[in-house]
Design a protein around this ligand. Structure first.
Ligand code: RTP
Length: 148
């Protein structure tokens, strides 16, 4: 089944949004397959955001991501990459719809609370970077109530 990498950014952790965010993914019917609270260093953040290294906001982004603990997670389910991005909302919170995480809890693009992989291929890369030992192997007893 498809997996995605979701990270609650330092502002989300500091603002006490961890439970709320996990709850939204749980209630949708996705399964948590990996989770840890970590403070990443500059080199690691630069690796995670390597694709954005030429952007003018790159240094500020790395500063932001390394400014406190983040919650790194692996979530699993049908179409979880695309649906996860919908649950999160548009990158710029001024464009994210109410009802999405960023639409409900964020104002500025540089403090947008959460990250989610943008494709199955990036999810694979990001999971390998953040969880070198891979996901936990377990199956929820709710599976038959969510999948036909
Ligand atoms: P993310 O990777 O965090 O899920 O965000 P995304 O795919 O929706 O957006 P992306 O273009 O990959 O940008 C990554 C993060 O960089 C910050 N950003 N700041 N100041 C700016 O113009 C700007 N643009 C992007 C945001 O925190 C964004 O989530």
């Amino acid at each position: 089944m498809e997996q995605t990498f979701i990270m609650i950014k330092p502002d989300g952790v500091q603002r006490g949004l961890v439970g709320e965010i996990i709850s939204r993914f749980e209630k949708k019917g996705f399964f948590l397959k990996g989770m840890k609270l970590v403070i990443v260093d500059r080199a690691f953040a630069e690796k995670h955001y390597a694709d954005l290294s030429a952007k003018p906001f790159f240094d500020g982004l790395v500063e932001y991501i390394t400014s406190g603990p983040v919650v790194a997670m692996i979530w699993e389910g049908k179409n979880v990459v695309t649906t996860g991005r919908k649950i999160i909302g548009a990158t710029n919170p001024s464009e994210s719809a109410p009802g999405t995480i960023r639409g409900d809890f964020a104002v500025e693009i540089g403090r947008n609370v959460i990250h989610g992989s943008d494709s199955v291929e990036s999810a694979r890369k990001e999971i390998a970077l953040w969880f070198p030992d891979g996901a936990e192997n377990w199956e929820s007893s709710l599976h038959p109530w969510i999948y036909e």
